[in-house]
Design a protein around this ligand. Structure first.
Ligand code: ADP
Ligand code: MG
Length: 256
């Protein structure tokens, strides 16, 4: 896409579940290379928006463009390979597989999609396999998982499992990474390093980040801009300082 086109454009998006309006005409853009925080009290619609972005939910109205193209044109089961990766509020890993194999699953979701785009320039299976292994090793190192690479995920502490989930999401080489409450369940030390890690993901891997997070000092410290939702509506958008001081944001959190 064009350098000036926002990587993500959310335009008047609404999502209804029967009588519940989970998102109500929400619009905002995320530029390439930005870290955008998404905040709001429980039930504000944050996870619903992520589910629309990974095409688990359909928008009832409005439209989402990714890299200048309507998201609805992209096949739902190939979202990871086509540029949008995510982690879940609750972990979604293969618990009886090793760390390395979990990350390899992420690598392969990329190549699967690459097959469709470049059918006539497809490298051989052996080349794909060795590229995937090299990529997995790099990410395992990047996320400080070398010491546990051959351990089963189920045996590892929660904070380590969360880094495995990140490695797997990054393995598909997303342009945009969606992080749903990455600080949830982390201890103090892990929380301290998470901010640096998110910045490194943007700076060293060139990945744009959309971050849902309740931990205010983390989201305000790491984000270039913040969007606040309440009851499905956007109530504020701006720099962390602007959003933190916004009367509607203060009211939304005090009223919780
Ligand atoms: P947040 O992540 O900000 O806490 P959610 O996006 O999970 O909020 O939820 C927003 C609203 O949409 C809530 O009222 C929630 O109950 C409702 N909701 C979310 N997903 C569904 C669903 N699959 N079916 C029915 N209601 C849903
Ligand atoms: Mg949520």
């Amino acid at each position: 896409g064009d350098k000036n086109t926002p990587l993500l454009r959310i335009d008047a998006v609404s999502v209804r579940f029967g009588g519940i309006v989970a998102l109500d005409g929400v619009s905002f853009d995320v530029r390439r290379g930005q870290i955008c925080g998404l905040i709001g009290p429980n039930g504000a619609g944050k996870s619903t928006l992520f589910n629309c972005l990974s095409r688990l939910y359909e928008c009832s109205a409005g439209r989402i463009e990714f890299d200048g193209h309507p998201l609805t044109r992209l096949p739902r089961h190939r979202m990871a390979g086509l540029g949008i990766g995510r982690t879940f509020q609750n972990l979604a890993l293969f618990r009886t597989m090793t760390v390395r194999d979990n990350v390899l699953v992420g690598c392969h979701s990329k190549h699967h999609a690459g097959f469709l785009r470049n059918a006539f320039r497809l490298p051989g299976v052996a080349a794909i396999e060795s590229q995937a292994r090299a990529r997995a090793d790099q990410l395992i190192h990047f996320l400080d998982l070398d010491a546990v690479a051959d351990r089963e995920v189920a045996d590892l502490p929660f904070g380590t499992q969360k880094r495995v989930e990140l490695a797997r999401a990054l393995a598909a080489e997303p342009q945009l990474l969606l992080l749903d409450e990455p600080a949830c369940g982390l201890n103090h030390e892990e929380l301290e390093s998470l901010g640096t890690l998110i910045r490194d993901i943007r700076d060293r891997l060139n990945v744009t980040v959309l971050l849902v997070e309740h931990h205010m000092s983390l989201v305000m410290g790491v984000s270039d801009k913040v969007v606040a939702l309440n009851f499905g509506k956007k109530i504020a958008e701006g720099s962390p300082a602007e959003v933190r001081a916004h009367p509607e944001v203060i009211r939304a959190y005090l009223g919780e």
